[in-house]
Write a protein that binds this ligand. Structure first.
Ligand SMILES: Nc1ncnc2c1ncn2[C@@H]1O[C@H](COP(=O)(O)OP(=O)(O)OP(=O)(O)O)[C@@H](O)[C@H]1O
Ligand SMILES: [Mg+2]
Length: 315
């Protein structure tokens, strides 16, 4: 990566304003886009801030290279990837990887939350997606992130013939737009799903979202790395040490089948508990193993319920 560092461009403010104007123009036609189509001109997460996922990060690095040095593909006669699908369980770092890809490439990050788009615009979702791709694709270096792409299969949410037809229309639009990206060296579409079984198969054919990247649950060493990243981040934010003598083995034994999102949440809760106790007039010491183990037990009880609420509609 370091050989590439010097050429990362800083996006000028005037460019950002122009892109914001494009989004404002779209909002005038379609209604409020916030939470559905969001732009982050300077995504802040770098690849080393993501724990584990060595194989996925290698793939991301080669995509970064394709965005930053498209001439390399021309020199070697290869066709750069235009559509990527990140798949894996909830909270394993898919969104982080997509943002880090944009960060490392010096690209603008556009977050299209497909489920929210589908709920708001339903049969007209294709029109919105088409306009977004037309306005933003090819407009400087950019990553168009289609989050929860399985939500393009409307008929899983609203069964019936009408939903099937609406779903076909919007999937056709996405595929057409993806084809159009072939001529745009600086734009990459990245889709993500934690329900690969629910993704419409026509999205993953050749020339479509054809670079599949697995984002699996972390193993023990990867969990340590993720915990360390989040501990460091909290300590950097607080400007002081917050953890003491953490016994990772004891924690790992109680976090089977958990991902980075769970681990981040557990540390967050342990820290919140300290803040709460300080607010109650106590003088709590740093977070230790027992504090974390207590939080884990509570968290395990609610995790299952949270997942049912979030993903239950597909079951
Ligand atoms: N590999 C990781 N390294 C560091 N932090 C992680 C990692 N994976 C997840 N996290 C933490 O969990 C949070 C959620 O991760 P992220 O949003 O990337 O998950 P996701 O795979 O996109 O999940 P979903 O399928 O629910 O969209 C992150 O903001 C981060 O705090
Ligand atoms: Mg995500």
């Amino acid at each position: 990566m370091s050989a590439l560092k010097p050429i990362r461009p800083e996006l000028p403010d005037v460019t950002i304003r122009r892109l914001e104007d494009l989004l404002t123009g779209l909002a005038k036609r379609f209604g409020d886009l916030r939470g559905k189509v969001d732009m982050d001109p300077r995504p802040q997460i770098a690849l080393p801030e993501i724990g584990g996922l060595a194989a996925a990060k290698r793939e991301i690095q080669s995509l970064v290279l394709a965005l930053r040095r498209p001439e390399l593909h021309r020199r070697w006669g290869t066709v750069p990837v235009k559509g990527v699908l990140l798949y894996g369980p909830p909270g394993t770092g898919k969104t982080l990887l997509a943002r880090a890809l944009a960060h490392e490439a010096g690209a603008v990050f556009y977050h299209l939350r497909i489920r929210h788009i589908a709920f708001k615009w339903y049969g007209d979702s294709g029109d919105l997606i088409q306009e977004v791709f037309q306005a933003l694709g090819g407009n400087g270096r950019s990553v168009l992130f289609l989050d929860e792409i399985e939500a393009l299969s409307f008929d899983r949410m609203f069964p019936g013939e009408e939903a099937r037809a609406a779903s076909r229309r919007v999937i056709t639009v996405v595929l057409e737009r993806l084809e159009a990206l072939a001529g745009m060296e600086e734009t990459l579409a990245v889709a993500s799903t934690n329900r690969p079984d629910a993704v419409d198969p026509s999205l993953v054919g050749p020339g479509r979202f054809d670079r599949l990247i697995e984002v699996p649950l972390p193993d023990g060493d990867e969990k340590r790395e993720i915990l360390a990243i989040h501990q460091r981040r909290a300590e950097a934010a607080a400007g002081r040490p917050l953890f003491r003598n953490v016994d990772y083995d004891a924690i790992l034994a109680r976090t089977v089948k958990m991902g980075g999102g769970d681990l981040a949440e557990i540390l967050q809760r342990a820290l919140e508990e300290k803040a709460r106790r300080e607010g109650a007039g106590e003088q709590p010491g740093p977070v230790e193993t027992d504090d974390i183990l207590r939080v884990i037990e509570d968290y395990r009880r609610i995790k299952e319920v949270v997942e049912k609420i979030r993903y239950g509609q597909y079951l």
